[in-house]
Ligand binder design. Sequence first.
Ligand SMILES: Cc1cc2nc3c(=O)[nH]c(=O)nc-3n(C[C@H](O)[C@H](O)[C@H](O)COP(=O)(O)O)c2cc1C
Length: 419
Amino acid sequence: MSERRSLRGARILLCVTGSIAAYKAVSLLRALTRDGAEVSVVMTPSATRFVTPLTFETLSGRPVRHGLFDGAETMPHLRATDEADLVLVAPATANCLAKCALGVADDLVSTLLLAARCPIVMTPAMDGDMWEHPALVSHVRAMRERGVVVLEPEDGPLASGLIGKGRFPAEPTVMEAVAACLDRRRDWAGQRVLVSAGPTREPIDAVRFVTNASSGKMGYAVADAAARRGADVVLVSGPTALAPPTGVTTVDVLTADEMAREMEARFAWATVLVMTAAVGDFRPRRPSSVKIKKHDWDGAPLALERTPDILASLSRKRTHQILVGFAAESDNLLDNGRKKLRQKDLDFIVINRVTGADSALGGDTSDAIFLPRHGQAMPVERLPKRLLADRLLDTVRDQCLTHPSAPALESNREIRRIH
Ligand SMILES: Cc1cc2nc3c(=O)[nH]c(=O)nc-3n(C[C@H](O)[C@H](O)[C@H](O)COP(=O)(O)O)c2cc1C
């Protein structure tokens, strides 16, 4: 076995199914957490007959999900997979493998396997005759063709008393497979990503201010996704109610001026800029340093002036950075987005619609149009913002960071010219 890699920060969803080898998932859970993974456990009803949820709950420090309908959560199958970097089914019964191959979704484990967008690793354990049954052979083949990693069970004494192929794979083999799958997801390693997020807040007086409806969710999702995929990330954030993402350096600002200052200070460091912040375009020209009394109000402090255009200014100073902008548009989405991309000399723009009940501003989900500098517009279906962030990183990676003749990461400007 090669040197054990750290799984620090990796979010693993461990699904335990009803095999006699279910007890081995207990030791596997300990090994995963020892190597730094954050593990949540889901069990099939059969699995709970072999090992109690309490065992996994105690060792993982998290509640164990085992029912589709009886937990406190709505849509547990979606919640569980939204939060995972990898789904590990260990042990995987013949029944579970068959259901996954056929797309059957009649319990929490089989349903979340259909919903998962992250890598899936399955570790079969069963009697040798079951493993060799033609039905199972074709199910395993079908899953491997779809990109699911199905490990080979091992030869040796089986629970039935027979000798054969069907034993739960050795723990180091499972750990290696998990690490290898997660490594594939570290495709942003080596990049330094500067993200802006949230609204800005421009004072009218000591207690009042002008702001907008941005929640910061999209920028936080991008920062989180980039960090989890290996990038060094700095997040410059206007005022939001969000917890800073793990592994990200977060710098809090209030006004557009403060945001401009912090972004300018870090721009030379960055290889990629993702400007999701809804920077206020206007600010009171003469804010009062004290609270204005009601009877003194004459409307004058609400005379507005333009704030600095941070993205345009950074764009003029760029040396090697890839620039990704966001356009919040209410009409003529594509035309307006294209105009902004050209005017600000961006490499990539994400166009969001900000009208209607399902506006991108403030919500948990958004649809979008991705528009690369040289390429076709790509409509993206409505997704939770964290998944949209991963989709954005996939697309920016493919369109702007990698190319068959791409030079080293340091030379992003060269790559930009190739496109
Ligand atoms: C004592 C016992 C041990 C079992 N061991 C296995 C096993 O190792 N592998 C397997 O595929 N099925 C095994 N089964 C059968 C499964 O528990 C059964 O197919 C069940 O429906 C699986 O449900 P699940 O896939 O939803 O967890 C075993 C059953 C019993 C009673």
